[in-house]
Design a protein around this ligand. Structure first.
Ligand code: ATP
Ligand code: MG
Length: 576
């Protein structure tokens, strides 16, 4: 490819909307272009990378026996009513009407469409198990689209759905997708970790996320050397062995302050481990209030509250001061004793179950109650509500947990019959009876994966694409395009690389050499072959982008360097 015809659109300055390196670099290198918040166009170099990542995904999915299809982004409301998600999905679902007032949504995911397709297409159990997938555009009206392709409102996802006769079949399909994801992300050269995950809006009873490790990741991962790893939304820890000092009768105490944990520690000398913290939520889908009670040095995990209370993440928020007042509660002084309101459900973290006595709010301004004990002084549903933090005890082996950050690039779910049952996606078993198919679903954020690779592979000069996903493998740059010798040598090298199957660019632009080099370093082409002063002697400068190492090499040596690297990469792929 000739650089002059490539619509190269590198930028000197980072657009102000970009806050993280990978977003800045994708924009500056001219791979993507912003349209409106959370919506991007892909330019020619971006499409090259997209194709590479999609090819890896296709090869591995096909290898696992999955079949590719492509569905429309436009989905009729009726399917979403059938699954029950038209109500539940919340404002992230982009809803629209056609000219006949018929309602649709732009698919944020495709469980309904695939389930309805399979219930029509599959008549015999002989077609099962079945795994179908697509690589397609998804729409989610994210509350805060940010970080470019990491959280956008329109993005490309690979989604796959498996259909099995029974649970054992699902286990096999799920494990196969787990292994396939492992291969895909390894071939993308990502540093990643699979972790146990919550099932969120998608539902079902088992899930893993694949996390690209990164400081800018929005997810926190709790992990242990023993192999335990879970998204903090899901992670558990062993209960702290500290269970208070001694059991004493209740004692009301005067605590005039703003009621925060810090004030109680500072002004009244209470220890956070001997206090409780009540967080009050309004579940406005079911018109009720939830009090989550944890030890005061803990944070409440909203996802755990949602799961325990069977509410919905999109329809729950912290109660306002007015709402508290309407319930007869006082901000900063809410406690579990004497709650007498059938609109309030109380959930208590396991860590407080056997605590000998702790401070609780007295439900009266400026008062707390000391020595409260679960079971003796109040009831409530015991459950795991706390957010795991660094140093908590691993639930598997007892060692301290560590925390790191990650970007969720993929997630797999055991859906079981969550969609097949309400949507009547059944097969006829040996006894002639209709049975719901047992489903799994498997997503990869294709465009998010691309940006995660950039986040992991860049330096001050630009992107350092791993060979497998680079838009082109090599670029040949004559220092002065007007110099016949330099141009002639560059063209020869360009042609022989092309003839050997290398994806190569010839920089035929009449620009200053520094300008050209900077462009390729920013774009991140793995190898640069520079034809300069010594072109007449058949000597070129060979630059490796990942290390920025420069060497003078002969012509065939420089060709072989690129070919050897591609051969190495092929071996790496084959070994996966
Ligand atoms: P998140 O928790 O980050 O919002 P999710 O769990 O809702 O994501 P899934 O429904 O599991 O996402 O979708 C499958 C994959 O699609 C995710 O693992 C992620 O890689 C990608 N993805 C989800 N939302 C977005 C988005 N707004 N922009 C880009 N990619 C996304
Ligand atoms: Mg997810």
């Amino acid at each position: 490819m000739k650089a002059s015809k490539m619509l190269i659109s590198t930028l000197k300055e980072a657009p102000s909307e970009a806050k993280i390196a990978s977003h800045v670099l994708l924009l500056r290198a001219g791979l993507i272009k912003n349209e409106v918040a959370g919506v991007y166009n892909y330019l020619p170099l971006g499409i090259k990378v997209l194709d590479k990542v999609e090819k890896i995904i296709r090869e591995e999915m096909d290898d696992a026996g999955a079949l590719e299809i492509r569905c429309s982004a436009l989905q009729p409301k009726e399917l979403w009513v059938e699954s029950g998600r038209w109500q539940k999905y919340g404002p992230e679902l982009i809803r629209l009407k056609d000219r006949h007032e018929r309602e649709f949504c732009l698919g944020p995911t495709h469980e309904e469409v695939f389930t309805s397709m399979v219930r029509e297409l599959v008549k015999s159990s002989k077609s099962l198990p079945l795994n179908i997938y697509q690589i397609q555009t998804k729409y989610r009206d994210e509350l805060r689209p940010r970080f470019g392709l990491i959280r956008s409102r329109e993005f490309i996802m690979k989604d796959a759905y498996s259909f099995d006769k029974d649970e054992e079949g699902l286990e096999v399909s799920y494990q196969q997708m787990f292994d396939t994801y492992d291969k895909i992300f390894r071939r993308c050269h990502l540093h990643f970790r699979p972790v146990l995950a919550d099932t969120g809006n998608i539902g079902g009873n088992g899930s893993h996320q694949f996390m690209a490790l990164s400081e800018i990741g929005e997810s926190e991962i709790a992990y242990c050397d023993c192999g335990y790893a879970a998204d903090v939304e899901k992670a558990t820890s062993k209960i702290d062995t500290y269970q208070g000092k001694e059991e004493l009768p209740l004692e009301k105490v005067y605590t005039p302050c703003d009621g925060t944990i810090e004030a109680l520690e500072r002004e009244f000398n209470f220890n956070a481990k001997d206090m409780s913290k009540a967080v009050i939520y309004h579940d406005f889908m079911n018109e009720r209030f939830i009090i989550a009670l944890v030890r005061a040095d803990r944070e409440v995990n909203l996802i755990k509250v949602v799961n325990e209370s069977n509410s919905n993440e999109n329809y729950i928020r912290l109660a306002t001061d007015e709402e508290l007042a309407s319930l007869g509660l006082v901000k900063g002084f809410v406690g579990p004793i004497g709650l007498n309101n059938d609109k309030i459900d109380l959930y208590v973290d396991f860590e407080l179950e056997n605590h000998k006595g702790f401070l609780v709010g007295a439900n009266e301004k400026d008062y707390h109650i000391k020595n409260a004990k679960y079971g003796r002084d109040f009831q409530g549903k015991l459950c795991d509500l706390r957010t795991v933090k660094e140093g908590d005890i691993c639930p598997c082996c007892g060692k301290p947990l560590k925390i790191e950050r990650g970007i969720e690039v993929g997630q797999i779910f055991k859906l079981q019959t969550k969609y097949s049952e309400p949507m009547n996606c059944v097969y006829v078993d040996e006894k002639g009876q209709n049975k719901p198919m047992v489903m799994g679903c498997y997503g990869i954020g294709v465009t998010r994966t691309i940006q995660s690779i950039v986040e992991q592979f860049h330096d001050d000069a630009g992107i350092k694409w791993p060979l497998n996903v680079a838009p082109y493998h090599a670029v040949v740059v004559p220092v002065n395009y007007k110099d016949d010798v330099q141009r002639g040598l560059a063209e020869t090298i360009y042609e022989s690389l092309k003839a050997n199957g290398v994806e190569v660019i010839l920089d035929d632009r009449d620009e200053r050499p520094g300008f050209k080099f900077k462009d390729w370093e920013l774009i991140g082409i793995p190898f640069m072959i520079i034809c300069g002063k010594r072109a007449g002697e058949g000597v070129v400068e060979f630059k490796t982008r990942s290390t920025l190492e420069k060497e003078e090499l002969g012509i065939s040596e420089s060709l072989n360097r690129v070919l050897d690297a591609l051969e190495e990469e092929k071996k790496f792929n084959d070994a996966i």
